[in-house]
Design a protein around this ligand. Structure first.
Ligand SMILES: [Zn+2]
Length: 424
């Protein structure tokens, strides 16, 4: 606790210096002038007109979760080869995604520390020896920080710690070298009341059972709170993160975790983490040998999203090469409205929708080959400005983009824009 108090002012001081650097950047982009020039700028900073916040609230992070690293895949649901893992770590670097520590992510969420616009957090679950022996050297090579989510009975010597389990000595070594070690329960089971679990009976035999009432409460307490205390006592650390096994939990479990002093809870439902993402359900992308697309999709999400709530991912109009462009003024009241959705990723068929202010939902046409959605306005737009909303469903989530363009006063149909063409 004392150490924490000492560190916070230091972080704040760092923030202010970072903040100043940020302002210089945004002033530079301001001087670039016209919207067109701003579009051409490599990485747009947050809107220069808005007072720069202490932290960049538009930054986004994806959290990855890995299990075992093995040369020969036998359980593709939880394994990956070292080569594939290393390729992914390199890809993050090549794509300009900064790997940050979990604690930096949380400090950013608290508004205490800035993070780069596009980040990733790497975590390893369950405590396998290969995480120490294989993953760690690769992480060192890249200089990446990472987090270990440990279930305490699965550590070597515990009731569930087999030959491939990490040891307490290895964990201590990682701790000494700055690796973040966090909790993943005691016995790695479904934490909801009345669900089937395995319990150890006197004599060591494990049997299937369903716990309810006080018996359940006692058990879930040892899973959520007991495991945290054990890690803290065995390793002399502070544990503030909790990864829920299989992502199975409910409000009661959340409350227990909050009361136990966990600051953040993690599931395995991958999603980009934004400044407003709820701390009690931060989704991680579980990367497995049999689903290589998950990694690619996660990168795409962070590549095109620009904040917004977790349920609806917002995409910047600039990323969609919209026509008319955001902020542009057109000389026709009958413009052709277009956007390229190919950067969003896999789009569910029939989910593309376009809304135009003053018109509502319009019968836009979507070409899956080019990823282009377009609508030729057929009745003159009467307002001075027009807002367009395009929404699609991708990987089960709603993705939305909106932009606004102006219409020159006295504009008529089709003076400078391409002549209206027949709809496809
Ligand atoms: Zn696990």
């Amino acid at each position: 606790m004392m150490i924490r108090f000492a560190i916070v002012p230091l972080l704040l001081a760092l923030n202010f210096s970072m903040c100043k650097r940020g302002e210089t950047v945004s002033q530079n982009s301001q001087s670039s002038g016209s919207p067109a020039a701003a579009t051409a700028a490599p990485v747009a900073a947050a809107s220069p007109k808005i007072t720069k916040p202490v932290v960049d609230q538009t930054a986004q992070t994806i959290i990855f979760c890995y299990h075992r690293l093995v040369d020969k895949i036998r359980y593709p649901g939880t394994e990956i080869t070292p080569a594939a893992f290393e390729t992914q770590m390199k890809e993050l670097k090549d794509r300009g995604i900064t790997v940050i520590s979990m604690q930096d992510l949380l400090a950013w969420k608290r508004g205490e520390k800035n993070i780069p616009p596009r980040c990733a957090v790497i975590s390893f679950d369950d405590g396998w020896k290969s995480q120490y022996e294989v993953a760690w050297p690769i992480m060192k090579k890249f200089g990446y920080p990472f987090t270990m989510f440990i279930y305490t009975e699965g550590v070597a010597g515990g009731s569930l710690g087999g030959g491939q389990a990490i040891t307490w000595e290895q964990l201590a070594d990682m701790r000494d070298n700055g690796v973040d070690i966090e909790a993943h329960t005691a016995t790695h089971q479904d934490l909801r009341e009345g669900h089937t679990i395995m319990v150890a009976n006197p004599g060591g035999k494990r049997t299937r059972t369903k716990l309810t009432g006080p018996q359940y409460e006692q058990w879930v307490q040892s899973e959520v709170v007991g495991s945290k205390e054990l890690l803290e006592q065995r390793l002399g650390i502070k544990v503030n993160c909790f990864a829920v096994p299989f992502g199975n939990y409910n409000d009661h479990v959340k409350e227990l975790a909050r009361n136990a002093g966990y600051e953040a809870m993690f599931t395995v439902y991958g999603q980009p983490i934004t400044f407003t993402s709820s701390l009690d359900s931060l989704g991680r992308y579980a990367i497995e040998a049999n689903k290589p697309k998950v990694f690619e999709d996660a990168l795409k999400m962070i590549g095109t999203s620009t904040g917004g709530a977790a349920a609806v991912a917002e995409v910047g109009a600039k990323d969609l090469a919209t026509q008319p462009a955001d902020g542009e003024t057109v000389r026709t009241a009958l413009p052709l409205i277009k956007a390229n959705l190919s950067g969003i990723g896999q789009i569910e068929p029939g989910s593309v929708q376009m809304r135009v202010s003053g018109l509502g939902v319009v019968p836009a046409s979507y070409d899956p080959k080019t990823g282009t959605v377009s609508y030729q306005v057929t009745q003159k737009l009467r307002e001075k400005s027009c807002s367009v909303f395009v929404s699609v469903k991708s990987a089960g989530k709603k993705v939305e983009a909106h932009w606004t363009f102006g219409i020159e006063e006295g504009a008529t149909g089709g003076t400078t824009s391409p002549a209206p063409t027949a709809k496809k």
